[in-house]
Ligand binder design. Structure first.
Ligand SMILES: [Zn+2]
Ligand SMILES: [Zn+2]
Length: 356
């Protein structure tokens, strides 16, 4: 199979042939149809964050494909089923966070395309329990960006407890932002899109944003205050100035939701204003399997639109450069069409297995 492999941080990926892996107990083998290029992949490729992936590795946590083979003990997925392989590739299922519905905070989790090989390949292995079923009516091309960009912004809107009629400012319109605008609209908010690129603002308005603010031309905090202030500011951009602008845009009782992960970043917040105005600062990391299921259900019901452009995995390095140059409308998605299905071997069912 073809795979794009990171052998050294901050170096071009190597596109190489690898053997198709064999699923172990509790795993599925997935033939990828598509995988989105998330900004987090670029951080992984560069080894930007304190906990780095082990080298070599295959990035990609927006992989979507067809289950080709089941490992021992897998009873909850079927061969031929379309599934998504999200960032949350595994959680323990037994800690306080897993039990109380916050599996995205599990300390035993491992992450797809980071701790284990991800979707920049024609095949990938996954923990069957975390290979999320993609409903009929959601294409692989659409499901890929929903698998990270969708679930992440959906969970951010949930974390903000947005009420109908509140004003939500979305800072950064791209892969995540174009979906954040739509989820904020779905819960009845007035939406202000903030970006420095006119085409992205036009896209946000097309997708339902009530107002667009070009932060390259005006101070967005002042512009948002002029509109009545933001009850919620969702930060999806990484420039240090954006965090400060988002804070200043908030009304009393406002919630600032931090989603983007700058390679280095410290937030300086005025304590006096935060206390007096009753402001909440909330970090939100991806979402749970249930969040992702809801994201897919909404999309199957026609409530969201995904804006993405296809790319060939052989052009992976060029695609990364396109994203870094800001030339991409929303999301790039690698599309695989050359992979051949593998034969399903006969398999003994292990009745004593604890998986599934
Ligand atoms: Zn991502
Ligand atoms: Zn856990």
């Amino acid at each position: 199979m073809r795979a794009a492999v990171v052998r050294q941080f901050r170096q071009p990926l190597a596109v190489e042939e690898r053997p198709i892996p064999t699923p172990g107990p509790g795993q599925v083998l997935v033939r990828l149809e598509a995988c989105g290029l998330c900004h987090t992949d670029i951080h992984a490729i560069n080894g930007d964050w304190p906990v780095k992936p082990g080298l070599p590795f295959v990035p990609g946590h927006e992989g979507v494909g067809i289950v080709e083979r089941l490992g021992d003990g897998v009873h909850t997925r079927t061969v031929g089923q379309r599934v998504a392989l999200p960032w949350l590739g595994h959680a323990c299922g037994e800690c306080r966070y897993c039990i109380d519905g916050r599996e995205n905070l599990c300390e035993q989790q491992y992450n797809t395309g980071y701790a284990v090989d991800g979707g920049y390949a024609e095949y990938a292995l996954a923990d069957a329990r975390f290979a999320a079923p993609v409903p009929d009516g959601v294409s692989a091309m659409d499901a890929a960006p929903l698998t990270c960009a969708g679930v992440t912004t959906y969970a951010a809107v949930k974390a903000a407890h947005v009420l109908p009629g509140e004003r939500v400012a979305v800072f950064g319109i791209g892969g995540l932002g174009h979906l954040a605008v739509q989820y904020a609209r779905l819960v009845g908010a007035q939406v202000v899109a903030v970006d420095v690129t006119e085409e992205k603002l036009e896209l946000a308005v097309e997708l339902g944003a009530d107002h667009a603010v070009n932060a390259a031309e005006t101070d967005p905090a002042v512009a948002i205050q002029h509109l009545g202030g933001a009850d919620v500011a969702i930060v999806l951009a990484v420039a240090p100035s954006v965090f400060e602008q988002a804070f200043r845009s908030l009304n009393r009782g406002g919630r600032m939701i931090l989603v983007s992960l700058p390679a280095e970043g410290t937030l300086t917040i005025p304590v006096f204003e935060t206390v007096l105005k009753g402001i909440s600062i909330i970090g939100s990391i991806v979402g749970t399997r249930q969040d992702l299921a809801e994201v897919f259900t909404l999309h199957a019901a026609g409530r969201t639109r995904v804006i993405a452009a296809p790319r060939d995995i052989r052009d992976v390095n060029q695609s990364v450069a396109e994203v870094l140059a800001g030339e991409v409308p929303a999301r790039l998605v690698f599309v695989y069409d050359s992979a051949q299905p593998v034969e399903q071997p006969s398999r003994e069912v292990n009745e004593s297995s604890t998986f599934g």
